[in-house]
Design a protein around this ligand. Structure first.
Ligand code: GLV
Ligand code: MG
Length: 325
């Protein structure tokens, strides 16, 4: 390991994160009853300008009055370029800050954006005498945010997670897609002709680079990388495919923009029985190897070593987190 320690953010379960518009209070109870790990009550892009003030009031009331159980509660504030943002923070943290676990900052572009919100939240928490510190979730969803993702990830002790906001990211980078989280058949590889002249088309994942880059910045700073929305809620297979790609790259959760996506996210982002079984067998095989004075052995015909222990331990830790939820 490097001599530079990577401090880990609080071990919060974040397999699924449900977006609930603050302007739709009739959806709050159902969200509270769901199996989701984190809920963000939205003040930003799912709320029309005329409804912003009422949404803020709805959220304050809901945070104080609804039993959200063990769920982590977040609010997505408006962007720092709007005049709504300061009151989102002041009113909600002052009036409902004790039940708020996280603040989601959209379209974060620079480390200074994080600093500004941190300064406000710190003042309010201190003035109110809150004991619990509110964490930050940042949506990386602009070219500027992606360019500065490393500095953003390191900008505050409150930072807990980075989220890939694929819809705004597409808009910001002028990517050719209009479907939220969808792909484009033009991003494909045409194979060389086979003997009979036929050629195959392999679709590519146009979001691979962005997601992978965000995952590295998150993990290098001890934060959770979380994949963002998949807009077509009538396509569970498409959702699961996107969630699996994200999980394979290291993401530990995905947004749900519809309650039906919560169960899919929880399923994909939880280790399977097979994975848990293999992790346990790796740990016991490596314990035997160590007792025999070996650093690497084979299991099922494959090499395992100390890095395998670390991977297995991460997986078992996740299982414990899920059991405790
Ligand atoms: C989320 O906010 C997104 O833009 O995808
Ligand atoms: Mg967005």
């Amino acid at each position: 390991m490097s001599f530079h320690p990577v401090e880990q953010a609080p071990g919060r379960l974040n397999r699924s994160e449900l977006a609930v518009p603050g302007s739709q209070p009739q959806m709050f109870e159902k969200a509270a009853q769901s199996d989701v790990d984190v809920i963000f009550l939205d003040l930003e892009d799912a709320v029309a300008p005329d409804e912003k003030l009422q949404a803020r009031k709805n959220i304050i009331k809901a945070l104080n009055e609804i039993d959200w159980g063990k769920k982590s509660m977040s609010i997505r504030i408006n962007g720092l370029d709007t005049h709504y943002m300061y009151r989102d923070v002041v009113d909600i943290v002052e009036q409902a800050g004790e039940r708020l676990d996280l603040i989601m900052i959209p379209k974060v572009g620079t480390a200074a954006d994080v600093y500004a919100v941190d300064m406000m939240v710190t003042q309010i928490e201190d003035a109110k005498g809150y004991k619990k510190r509110i964490g930050f979730e940042h949506i990386i969803e602009t070219a500027l945010g992606m360019q500065n993702v490393t500095e953003i990830a390191a900008a505050s002790k409150r930072n807990e997670s980075l989220h890939f906001g694929v819809a705004d990211y597409a808009a910001s980078t002028r990517a050719r897609t209009t479907i939220i989280g969808g792909v484009n058949p033009d991003y494909s590889v045409l194979t060389d002709p086979a003997e009979d002249g036929s050629r195959d088309i392999h679709w590519g994942d146009m979001w691979h680079y962005a997601l992978a880059r965000m995952v590295v910045a998150a993990r290098a700073n001890g934060l959770r990388p979380i994949d963002g929305p998949f807009g077509d809620f009538s396509d569970p297979e498409g959702y699961k495919a996107a969630a699996k790609r994200a999980a394979v790259l290291g993401c530990e959760g995905k947004w749900a923009i519809h309650p039906s996506q919560v169960v899919l996210a929880n399923e994909v982002m939880s280790p399977s029985e097979g994975e848990v079984d293999r992790a346990n067998r790796i740990l016991s095989a490596m314990a035997d190897a160590e007792a025999a004075g070996k650093g690497a052995v084979s299991l099922d015909g494959r090499l395992i070593d100390y890095a395998s222990i670390r991977q297995a331990e991460v997986l078992i830790e996740k299982v414990k987190q899920i059991a405790a939820a």
